[in-house]
Design a protein around this ligand. Sequence first.
Ligand code: GAP
Length: 512
Amino acid sequence: MDKPKLTIDEMATFCKRKGFVYQNSEIYGGIAGFYDFGHLGVELKNNIKKEWWKTFVQQRDDVVGIDGSIITHPMVWKASGHVNGFTDVLVDCKKCGSRFRGDALIEDKLKIATAGMSLDDIAKELARHKIKCAKCGSELGEPKKFNLMFATNVGPVQTSSSIAFLRPETAQIIFTNFRLIQENARLKLPFGIAQIGKAFRNEISPRDFLFRMREFEQMEIEYFVHPEKQEECPFIDDVLDYELNVYSADMQKNNKKMEKMSIKKALDKKIIKTKWHAYWLAMMHKWFIDLGANAEHFRIRQHVKDELSHYALDTWDLEYEFPFGWKELQGLSNRTDFDLKQHMEHSKNDLSIFDEETKKKILPHVICEPSQGVERAFLVFMFDAYDYDKKRENVVLKLHPKLAPIKVGVFPLVSNKADLVKKARDVYDKLKTEWACTFDLSGSIGRRYARADETGIYASVTIDFESLEDESATIRSRDTTEQIRVKIKGLKEILKKFLEGEKLGKLGKGVE
Ligand code: GAP
């Protein structure tokens, strides 16, 4: 890795101190797995979702979006397989009663990957290595399966038939509405349906701050193709030369290292099996890189056979090198026609669509389901943006201007000169109609610049004594500390260009 990273706990502390993320209900001692987003965190999170929606829904002709309900008919989760299969392995301490995820205990103790381990495998490993309670060191009980769905009651009377579940993934709401969306949006294969929304999982051991939570948000696309045209991807040429770190199931089995290669090579060598899967892996990887993340911290890893979810034919994870190791950032599965078939069978509704070409009814396949957790993306952007600048002696949060929670800070040079403060406030009032801005009067200008750097404010505008004479202001770049002098009249236009990525030096007269 290029520079030593913060630990996840240090990142949590930074996020709390700067107003990004708080432990939920902290005044009552907190509740594990639930977090609240502060005044800057909510802006960053909204910007991440906005950029994702713009790229994968609004700028595409083949994808539409929906916003489904969190609680659905309980049959949805029976049909999807979640009632029976959405489980982790739970182990209780016989003495203190602490509860652990069996695979997490093994990973922590033996430092080995546990992906794909069954209940039996986990029981055997725990026994073989005599693994004890991580809290009190006592004997552990028999491992058992634990369903991760949160249950609730719908309506005033609580009976077994009033039980419903909070959705553990947004995907199923796309499948249950599939026919309506396809008809109303007049979608022709291949097409995608996207959704951003909350998901809930009663994780046995939520950990690593925003990485494993009990309430989180997902950004998902179900991409449907004709069952007989799974190899026809009209966009593949756009990504053939795109390079990324690849770690296939074979490489893992043969203890090989990941390899940097182009999508073309991964397809030619049949490392990635379908063009659509390759296309979406490249597109999702590129989205992160275009928004300022560091490609060296990313790889795509194929699930080994035993690791696949009950619905998946093939899955690749987009992984990121977190301070606690390479972990799943996004899952991209080939879900086949599993879900539509299941819902057809359980609901007795026909979800197939009419194929104009063959004049036959067909059931589309989900060739790829890119499924991204918003909070994991949040962590990635924060880690890659965080930079301690030794010369400045403060953190500089180098978030991409599209993601920066606050785009512009407006600072009057001094706070005790009424006409100067008024001029600065007039400038601020004009700029805030365009972007998220802040107005800061307190402390020296150096202190205010440092505060701006630490919270990722992309441009600082300073109004000084000269501004009162000649209607000019100074713009300072967060990333380079470079400053230019510009006329207040043209300020909005110049800031717009700067926020779109133009170099500050090209936009005005440099200031020493
Ligand atoms: N619809 C497929 C699906 O939900 P998943 O791999 O279980 O697949 C997709 O989840 C993504 O959701 C993950 O890659 C991750 O980014 C996010 N995610 C899953 N569980 C999470 C948790 N407990 N906390 C935070 N994010 C989570």
